[in-house]
Design a binder for this molecule. Structure first.
Ligand code: SF4
Length: 236
């Protein structure tokens, strides 16, 4: 029951408002949106959600691992500490969301883009691309390579993975989410995993043509067999 008069009902769009301008692709600092529409969740999560749960844990570990304030400051700049304080005090900040900031899709925002594309790029997209800022990435990830190549003026900050599986099912279902397709270029391999102990599980992971497939059971011929105690594997 609503105690207000409704002026209209929201209805799902019956068309795709995307104009294929690829500005989201070019604005994303970590290259999480591929020109082919592929979305790299872990690159987006590691950077954009830095001041949400995942990044917060890593920040706390930075404090815990530092012998003293000097060592802490060598890892976390004053502006980063201030930004984390702001997130803890007033609600978590996104670190980027540039894809949405530049997206001209939608009746109420498209006209400036259509009227003057060059001006739109200059006023809306370029300032975000040119911004000198810390970009959070996992070591040797597609995101790290993307920042170094596309935005060398941005500061690469390597952080540990914040997506940590709690069980083997979580590990296996997480593989496609954390898969680094560009790093896998040229790799064609089939892995047979056998987990023992707390969780007994068999799975086949196939990496080929920059894509990954995870299936239950042992399928096909393995290039590598991994037999591991499930708890030890998760700790590893
Ligand atoms: S910026 Fe928006 S309109 Fe342009 S390609 Fe991306 S989603 Fe589509």
């Amino acid at each position: 029951m609503l105690d207000a008069e409704l002026s209209g009902y929201n209805r799902p769009l019956d068309y795709n408002p995307c104009v294929e301008c690829k500005l989201c692709v070019s604005a994303c600092p970590v290259g999480a949106i591929g020109a082919d529409g592929h979305f790299d969740f872990s690159s987006c999560y590691t950077h954009n959600y830095r001041e949400f749960m995942g990044g917060f844990t890593n920040w706390v570990e930075n404090i815990a691992d530092s012998k003293n304030a000097h060592e802490y400051r060598s890892k976390v700049s004053d502006s980063e500490s201030a930004s984390m304080w702001q997130s803890l005090s007033f609600g978590a900040n996104y670190k980027a969301a540039y894809c949405m900031a530049v997206c001209p899709a939608g009746e109420d925002v498209i006209s400036p883009f259509l009227k003057d594309r060059k001006g739109y790029l200059q006023d809306v997209v370029k300032p975000l691309q040119d911004k000198e800022e810390a970009i959070y990435v996992n070591a040797n990830s597609d995101a790290e390579a993307h920042v170094a190549q596309r935005f060398p003026h941005k500061i690469i900050k390597r952080v540990s993975k914040s997506v940590r599986p709690r069980n083997i099912a979580g590990f296996l279902s997480g593989l496609p989410i954390t898969f680094q397709r560009h790093r896998s270029e040229g790799l064609a391999a089939t892995y047979h995993f056998t987990f023992t102990g707390d969780e007994s599980y068999e799975a086949t992971v196939t990496i080929r043509e920059k894509s990954i497939e995870v299936k239950d059971g042992h399928i096909g011929k393995a290039d590598l067999r991994v037999v591991a105690d499930s708890r030890t594997w998760l700790a590893f």
